[in-house]
Design a binder for this molecule. Structure first.
Ligand code: DGJ
Length: 531
């Protein structure tokens, strides 16, 4: 069997595990859960009962290399054995130099040697920043992206981990790696250390200008306009107001690239970087230099060992964020999304509409518990979002995963094609799907529907044959064929795939032909167009 890899099918990137498409029906665990196998023991069973096929969790520099040059892989080996025993895969989150614009996962020998491993300076000589909403009042402090020694040591540890995975994980339980976590600098648009000052006064490297011009289609307006005007000069001369953020993105991406490339040289499984999104404000109010939408092209130019860039979605603008993160062939991979009642619909939509690689609510270990709004606010969630006020019911989310999981072999065949579509209640502008002569409209705001946020996925498997996965929806079919303007159902089967076989639960007809779906449900529908 080949090692996990990315393949392009129908123009769409898709993850291949053991030579078969693999979509991560996943969840990201709380940061500390995977720090011991003892703590993890009950979590695996719980996650299996949510019908997840995978998990995402940290493996940290702090625990891998507590003493310089001494590597410890017992924990990761133990986690691999636990995952195998539960028939699950996992993705490693490499918490190295960065974790949420902070360096709390660097080993002691890195943290305490601030000469050898300097911190970024938010102002000259000031190495930390307090952000208003941080509930724990700890300062944000991060290693400088401009220190070659930091990059060298982070890359060395990461390469050792990848080498070990190649030797130990011959069953491919680890399927991908996130390199660092939510990189960037909080508190200033750029590092103000002497070395950063010196680099900021230099000319913009030609490789960056060329790479961004080659990706001009995707550039945000202000950066495109700046590049249209000036293609040579210092950062300020070329990028104007965006200079500091682009500069930080370039050097942060270079660090990530060095780490990822060192790992891939040992074991080239898929790797990506995630980001703390822009939540309003200026660079520095959100981490400046992380792979936010504004600077994706910088990362695509510089960090070519990464297979994609991923958004961590805690803001209410879910649909808009998905649209932004699918530009220029970037596949949708959501390693973190708020664990609230909107997640079921968002899972269905991400897979049906964007043909996503991964959907993973954060803190999945807490599924079924009411979100503490103050904690939500502390991690940057918009607490005015109605979804937060409702609990994500474990049974509902588990059922959705179970149904999607059974359907995946059919869905992944259609990834990258118009035969797989979905709509979501939170995007009222698009509640209609068109499959040739047939239009399927989803009605979400109807009496008797009460899920809060619904979605409807449709996969056409033959002319006039569809699998529909609905949640909180009333679907209606309509003919667009002028010669056959009427449409009727031939059959509506309610059922699911179990071990690859379609199993009928009910044949719907009569009153039940007026389809109304409140819990996640799959229908196999055949229609007939006539005049
Ligand atoms: C985003 C981070 O990437 C996660 O590790 C975690 O800290 C969450 N925020 C908390 O909500």
């Amino acid at each position: 069997m080949s090692i996990p890899r990315v393949e392009v099918r129908n123009g769409q990137k898709i993850l291949m595990v053991d030579d078969k498409p693999f979509v991560l029906l996943s969840g990201e665990l709380h940061n500390s859960s995977s720090s011991t196998t003892k703590y993890m023991e009950p979590i695996w069973d719980n996650m299996q009962s949510v019908h997840l096929n995978s998990l995402l969790f940290p493996v940290t520099w702090q625990q891998v290399e507590p003493v310089e040059g001494e590597y410890h892989f017992e924990l990761v080996d133990g986690l691999i054995e636990q995952a195998k025993a539960h028939d699950m895969k996992f993705g490693i989150l490499w918490f190295g130099s960065w974790k949420n614009a902070n360096c709390s996962y660097a080993p002691d020998w890195v943290k305490t040697d601030m000469e050898r491993f300097p911190r970024a300076e938010v102002k000259k000589g000031r190495h930390f920043h307090n952000i208003k909403f941080h509930s724990f009042r700890m300062p944000y402090t991060t290693l400088s992206a401009f220190c070659e020694e930091t990059t060298r040591c982070d890359a060395r540890a990461f390469a050792a981990l990848c080498k070990h995975l190649k030797e130990y994980d011959t069953d491919h339980t680890v399927i991908l790696i996130q390199v660092e976590n939510e990189t960037g600098l909080l508190g200033a648009a750029r590092d103000n250390s002497d070395i950063a000052d010196q680099k900021f006064a230099e000319k913009v490297p030609q490789e960056l200008i060329d790479g961004m011009l080659a990706r001009k289609e995707g550039l945000v307006e202000d950066i495109r306009e700046a590049l249209d005007k000036c293609q040579e000069g210092t950062w300020k001369e070329v990028f104007g107001k965006a200079a500091e953020e682009v500069f930080m993105a370039y050097y942060t991406a270079k660090h990530i690239e060095a780490v990822a490339a060192a790992g891939k040289a040992e074991y080239p499984i898929p790797m990506y970087a995630n980001c703390w999104l822009v939540q309003g404000g200026q660079p520095g109010d959100y981490p400046s230099g992380g792979p936010v939408y504004r600077v994706m092209e910088v990362y695509q130019t510089v960090a070519q060992s990464l297979d994609w860039l991923a958004p961590d979605i805690y803001i209410p603008e879910f649909v808009d964020t998905c649209n932004k993160y699918t530009k220029q062939g970037n596949p949708l991979f959501i390693p973190e999304i708020a664990l609230h009642s909107g997640a079921t619909a968002r899972l269905i939509y991400a897979i049906g509409h964007h043909h996503a690689m991964c959907f993973a609510p954060f803190g999945i270990d807490d599924i079924g518990q009411q979100m503490d709004a103050s904690l939500g606010a502390a991690v940057g969630m918009d607490t005015s979002d109605d979804n937060i006020k409702r609990v994500l019911k474990k049974e509902t989310y588990a059922r959705a995963n179970e149904l999607v999981g059974g359907l995946l072999p059919i869905l992944t065949e259609k990834y990258g094609t118009e035969d797989l579509q979905a709509v979501i209640q939170e995007n009222p502008k698009e509640w209609t799907m068109t499959f040739g002569d047939t239009e399927i409209s989803a009605f979400f705001d109807m009496p008797g529907l009460n899920v809060g946020s619904g979605a409807c996925l449709v996969c056409r498997t033959a002319p006039n044959e569809y699998y529909m996965l609905g949640y909180g929806v009333m679907p209606r079919f309509n003919s667009l064929d002028e010669e056959k303007p009427f449409i009727e159902y031939l059959s509506i089967e309610e059922g699911e795939f179990v071990d690859g076989e379609w199993q009928l639960n009910r044949l719907l007809n009569g009153d039940e032909e007026h389809i109304r779906i409140n819990e996640p449900t799959i229908l196999k529908i055949r229609t007939h167009l006539f005049n």
